[in-house]
Ligand binder design. Structure first.
Ligand code: MN
Ligand code: MN
Length: 260
């Protein structure tokens, strides 16, 4: 089985509203390693596994370096769990992944579609990564869950790219989308209701509970080839609650990656 590399990408220069997610990776790790918790995930896997190697954080000067770092680790034979950073990092991550995997299926959990053709003049804004991923054909299937901030332009993009978007107001937890091949998980922390995860730049009320996000991830029946956890903004957090959610999600996603 391929080993898993954890890589931190402390990059938030493509956030449209607030900076802050660049501060997230060390705090996610701190929660993940905290003595407040044992090292077992809910599926019984011990995530203190020899299959997991932490490569540390990579300070980024140019956006292009994100793809290079990911590609280096993929070339070394790892699957990747990336700690962001804002959501703009997912496009270069998927660019690297597409060099190793064909026809990737993506499970994108977010309050936002992130499908803008451009945002405030920047086609690589954190509001745009899935438009870039789909137009560059880096994925053959994109399923979005938790979405609750669409506008007419984003609906056009959903049609254009054939995205399977499940809005929060239509979400039926008993009828989640099924996958028939390995998936890449892109986890934007603002998918959670701000009551569960206040430490984000865009606090969009009416979101998923921690348990619902865990259920969506845990109920996957296919292998997980990679994942990113993005948009945690530490200065916006309240008594470490969002860091704790991120640490838990990191643990559960890693257990899912080990499981298969
Ligand atoms: Mn996002
Ligand atoms: Mn979002």
């Amino acid at each position: 089985m391929k080993k898993i590399a954890i890589q931190g990408i402390p990059y938030d220069l493509k956030s449209s509203f607030l900076r802050g997610p660049a501060l997230a990776p060390p705090l996610i790790r701190q929660s993940f390693h905290s003595e407040a918790y044992n090292s077992y995930a809910e599926n019984g896997m011990n995530i203190a596994s020899e299959l997991i190697e932490d490569k540390g954080d990579f300070s980024i000067k140019k956006y292009e370096e994100i793809e290079e770092i990911a590609l280096r680790h993929l070339n070394q034979g790892y699957r990747l769990l990336t700690l962001g950073g804002d959501h703009s990092i997912s496009f270069p991550l998927l660019k690297a992944y597409a060099k190793h995997y064909d026809g990737i299926h993506i499970l994108h959990i977010d309050a936002h579609g992130d499908l803008y053709d451009e945002f405030e003049g920047d086609p690589y804004s954190h509001a745009c990564p899935f438009a870039r991923i789909m137009e560059n054909e880096l994925a053959s299937r994109l399923v979005q869950i938790g979405i609750r901030a669409l506008n007419p332009h984003q609906w056009e993009q959903i049609e254009r790219f054939g995205v399977e978007t499940i809005e929060m107001n239509n979400l039926d937890m008993n009828r989640l989308p099924e996958f028939d091949q390995p998936v890449y998980i892109s986890m934007d922390i603002d998918a959670l209701d701000p009551a569960f995860a206040p430490g984000v730049s865009h606090q969009e009320a009416g979101g998923l509970s921690s348990r619902e996000v865990l259920h969506i991830i845990q109920s996957l029946k296919v292998p997980v080839i990679g994942a990113d956890i993005v948009e945690f903004n530490p200065p916006r957090d309240v008594s470490g609650i969002t860091a704790a959610v991120c640490g838990k999600l990191m643990k559960e996603i890693l257990s899912k990656m080990i499981e298969q």
